[in-house]
Design a protein around this ligand. Structure first.
Ligand SMILES: [Zn+2]
Length: 423
């Protein structure tokens, strides 16, 4: 369906004073206008030459097509972790409070948004309010544990910090973006509740995840391959259904537009013991109203060997290959006003670096992707690995210093529930 204006969407001002016929009676924002979302055709933009080769596709699923990735099986990881524990090398992070501060988030009550605004809701979950009026939720998981359900019991680690809020507290959700299917990024109870409370919300996920959403009762889902993108348009909804009421005329200018781009990153997927690499993982770019946000999802940057204690794995003598995808993202889709970049779940490096960035990798990703500002994520919520829970923000400052980037005001960490605004 063709819906795009010939005028670039970001040049058309969103009418902040708009009042249209339908108000959302189903969310915390009782005065909010309901919008119908349409997913349009794929735009054609330049992408790297190797994209057509689809080198990340395999007969049975997907792979990381770079030297920077090294695959370890779950049983190898388990054995290495156990032997570290037995030899006394392993670290069990202390989660005794205080750790990361949690505050009650303040969301804008309407779509009026003077500045790009981002709120960290713990781990990899960010809620982004675009000046166009668009509201995007990334990798939402609101449960105490991130793991599979076994009858009434949910397995997996338990939060050591409280969630900032619950799904019911989010006033508007137009788009949910999922990076991949690991339980700390994709939760059945959370997405089910979002779909129930926000029936017009549209989910975007990497290839191979559509059937999971459909079997979870969610039909508003688009799955994309790396470098695929879709334009979306939202317009005030006609008066249909019983949960809405007419309140006035629709402006001819009404509408919110955005471009959602699925992009590569280096990771692994599985929700069970037999589906490793069957679905794709991705980073994402969202452009709306002239502002661009890059969500890295969950990603490694290199695969490093074990180096002696006290040695830097970025020492030139090691020269571990880096993932080329981030420079391509920066070149073909950057620059970005804001990057949401993982900084946690990285230790020990020789076990986790292939799939999880440490703060030094994160700063490289920040530079490669041409982000003007960034906020850290993928820390402060569940203990997934061995680093101390407050180490990621400390290491981030070290890494920023090493790259001559100010330690504050460019690539920051927030408190859980804190909002930041960007010019
Ligand atoms: Zn993951």
């Amino acid at each position: 369906m063709r819906f795009l204006s010939r005028v670039p969407f970001y040049k058309r001002a969103f009418p902040h004073t708009l009042r249209s016929p339908i108000r959302n009676m189903n969310t915390a924002a009782a005065n909010e206008v309901l919008y119908a979302l349409t997913v349009g055709n794929a735009p054609t933009r330049p992408s790297p030459e190797d994209v057509l080769e689809k080198s990340h596709h395999t007969e049975s699923g997907f792979r990381n097509p770079w030297e920077s990735f090294r695959d370890l099986s779950s049983s190898e990881i388990m054995q290495m972790m156990i032997s570290r524990r037995l030899s006394g090398k392993g670290n069990s992070p202390d989660t005794t409070p205080p750790t990361v501060n949690v505050r009650k988030p303040q969301f804008l009550p309407t779509r009026d948004t003077p500045k790009l605004r981002s709120t960290w809701l713990g781990h990899a979950c960010y809620y982004v309010e675009f000046p166009s009026g668009l509201r995007v939720l990334f990798d939402p998981v609101f449960e105490a544990r991130c793991g599979p359900c076994c009858g009434p019991v949910t397995l997996g680690p338990k939060r050591y910090t409280e969630p900032a809020c619950q799904v019911k507290d989010l006033p508007i959700i137009d788009v949910v973006v999922i990076s991949h299917n690991h339980y700390d990024h994709l939760s059945y109870p959370t997405v089910s509740e979002i779909a129930k409370r926000h029936p017009n919300c549209h989910f975007f996920a990497p290839l191979g995840n559509k059937s999971w959403f459909q079997s979870s009762g969610i039909q508003n889902v688009t799955e994309l391959d790396w470098w695929d993108e879709r334009d979306i348009a939202m317009s005030p909804k006609e008066n249909r259904g019983s949960q809405v009421e007419p309140v006035g005329e629709v402006s001819a200018d009404a509408g919110i537009k955005a471009r959602i781009s699925c992009l590569p990153c280096q990771h692994i997927t599985a929700r069970g013991p037999f589906d490793k690499f069957k679905t794709l993982w991705a980073s994402w770019s969202i452009e709306s109203g002239g502002r661009k946000v890059y969500f890295t999802g969950d990603s490694g940057y290199r695969s490093v060997d074990e180096v002696p204690d006290g040695e830097d794995d970025y020492d030139p003598k090691y020269d571990f290959p880096i993932c080329p995808a981030f420079k391509q993202v920066g070149e073909f889709r950057g620059p970005f006003d804001l990057g949401l970049i993982p900084i946690g779940a990285y230790a020990p490096r020789h076990i986790f670096s292939a799939a999880h960035a440490d703060p030094h990798d994160a700063v490289r990703m920040f530079k490669d992707t041409k982000c003007k500002n960034a906020l850290g994520m993928h820390w402060g919520t569940w203990v997934l690995t061995e680093e101390d829970v407050l180490e990621p923000p400390r290491k981030l400052k070290e890494a920023l210093k090493k790259h001559d980037i100010p330690e504050e005001g460019v690539f920051d960490v927030c408190e859980i529930g804190e909002s930041r605004e960007f010019e």
